[in-house]
Structure formats: C-alpha cells, structure tokens
Design a protein around this ligand. Structure first.
Ligand code: ZN
Length: 276
C-alpha cells in the first residue's frame, strides 16, 4: 500500500540513486498513465535529454525536477513502486514506465493496479495546482506541530480511528498505520478526539511520529493483506503490532488482538486490554 511512509522511502532511495542522471530514452506501456499529457510521444519529448536535478515530495505526490524548468509529477498507484534498475533489465508485466539514463541504469515505475498517473508540467505551474496542496497535515513535514495537532483534535470531535484515516486531517496514514499509531499510543480508536486528556494527546502525537519515522527507517511495508512477496516491500512488516493480527497475542500484554467495528465503514485492529 502506497501510504506516506512508502512514498517517502521511494523519494529517499531515488534521491540517492538517480539525481544528476540524464534521461536518454523513455517507454510507457499504457497511454492512461500519461493522462495529463495528450499522448505518449509528447511525454517522451518532455523527458528525453533532461537531467533530474532533485526529487521532492508534496503530500503523497513525487516531484522529479528537471533541468529545463519542468517537473515530472508522479501520482503513485495504490500498489506502485519506483526503483532504479540496470539498463538491460527487462520490465515485468506490471512495469508501466521505463526511463533509461545516458550513463547506464534505468528508472522503472511498476504499477500492478494501473491507477497511477505521471505528467510533465512547467515548474512555475506547481504553485497553483490543487492536487499538490493536500488539505490535511503532512506529518513528516515541519508543519506537524503539537499545538496544531491538539487544536484539530478538539475542533473535530471525531472517533480517533476515523480521524486518523481522514485525509483532510492528516495525510497518508491509511488503515495499517492508523491502527499501529493507536496501539503505540495505548488509545482506543473509538474514543472521541475532544475527550482526550492533554497527556493522551501528547501520547498520540508522539505515536504518529514514532510509527512513521520507524516505518520510513525500515523501508516501509507492503499491504499486510497482499504483496508481501513482491520483493520490494520494506521491513516494517516485521514491526507490525496489531494490523491484520486478530487472535494473535498483543506484544505488550499477551491478550489476543481483536478486530472491532468503529463505525459503518471502519474497523480497527486493537488490544482491548491495553488500549483504553
Ligand atoms: Zn495489549
């Protein structure tokens, strides 16, 4: 699952591996990937011959800034990855884009669900693009402060689980990370956000940071319900305490983990003994 930690892991890896490289040759498998651009030749023209100057992240979008004042925007598909490969490595059936570099090596974009999108736009247009201005807080950015977090919990009056997966509040956590955060904080996802004590708010805030930074450090995780064998999945899977572990013992108190219903749409894996 491509949540915020996975996007940040991809960004960091690419920053180390492909910045400074010049693109020689681009191939895109399906036209739908270049939705914004009118057609594939136009997309190839926009990339071929360009050098990659920097890799940034805006919310869950990756921005590859090019040396001609244009930027390649990547909206990753729900199971997508981007990796550096050797130039002669053939893409598999899910490889939607291959960009070969002049000095060897290539960038592969692999998207099994084919629900991502890429586009090259003038860098000066980025500021006005709504899709690059997430409504919610980016918990890996400087704007994620304890007072701002606390204020929103009081204002929103929502169940914690529903709030943590609400992208207008905080971006990129999804079901897995929200459950891990609640377990780490020792809080029940059915608690309503404005009823937390100051100490509990602090615990939750710290848990968001702790879980996300650990996930980035471990290289993220594949969706616990699939894709564990893709080879690209990170090691955070070994650190999962509750998500997908119904019936297994809690790592803190050994009571079995339960899957509980939070509202009509959401359930949450949690330990009824130590999350209160
Ligand atoms: Zn427990």
């Amino acid at each position: 699952m491509t949540q915020l930690p996975e996007v940040e892991v991809i960004r960091k890896d690419l920053e180390r591996e492909i910045v400074g490289k010049r693109i020689k040759d681009v191939t895109v498998r399906s036209a739908s990937l270049v939705g914004h651009q009118r057609n594939r030749p136009e997309f190839y023209n926009a990339l071929e011959g360009r050098k990659i100057d920097a890799i940034m992240r805006r919310g869950t979008r990756l921005l590859l800034s090019l040396d001609d004042a244009h930027t390649l925007i990547v909206r990753l598909g729900s199971q997508a990855t981007m990796t550096r490969e050797t130039a002669n490595r053939e893409g598999g059936k899910d490889t939607q884009l291959v960009a070969v570099f002049t000095t060897g090596g290539a960038l592969h974009y692999v998207d099994p669900d084919k629900d991502g999108e890429v586009a090259v736009v003038p860098t000066s247009d980025l500021a006005g693009m709504d899709e690059l201005t997430p409504a919610g807080i980016d918990p890996l950015a400087d704007q994620f402060t304890w007072p701002a977090f606390s204020r929103e919990l009081v204002r929103r009056k929502m169940k914690l689980k529903s709030l943590l997966v609400d992208e207008t509040f905080i971006i990129g956590l999804g079901d897995l990370y929200s459950d891990e955060i609640l377990w780490t904080a020792g809080l029940d996802g059915a608690r309503v956000s404005n009823t937390l004590s100051a100490q509990e708010v602090r615990r939750l805030y710290r848990a968001v940071l702790e879980v996300l930074y650990e996930a980035v450090k471990q290289g993220g995780t594949a969706d616990a319900e699939g894709a564990q064998d893709e080879g690209d999945s990170g090691d955070f899977g070994d650190y999962i305490n509750v998500y997908g572990r119904a019936g297994l013992p809690c790592a803190r108190c050994r009571q079995p983990i339960s899957l509980v219903k939070i509202d009509r749409k959401r359930s949450s894996y949690h330990c009824i003994n130590c999350q209160t």
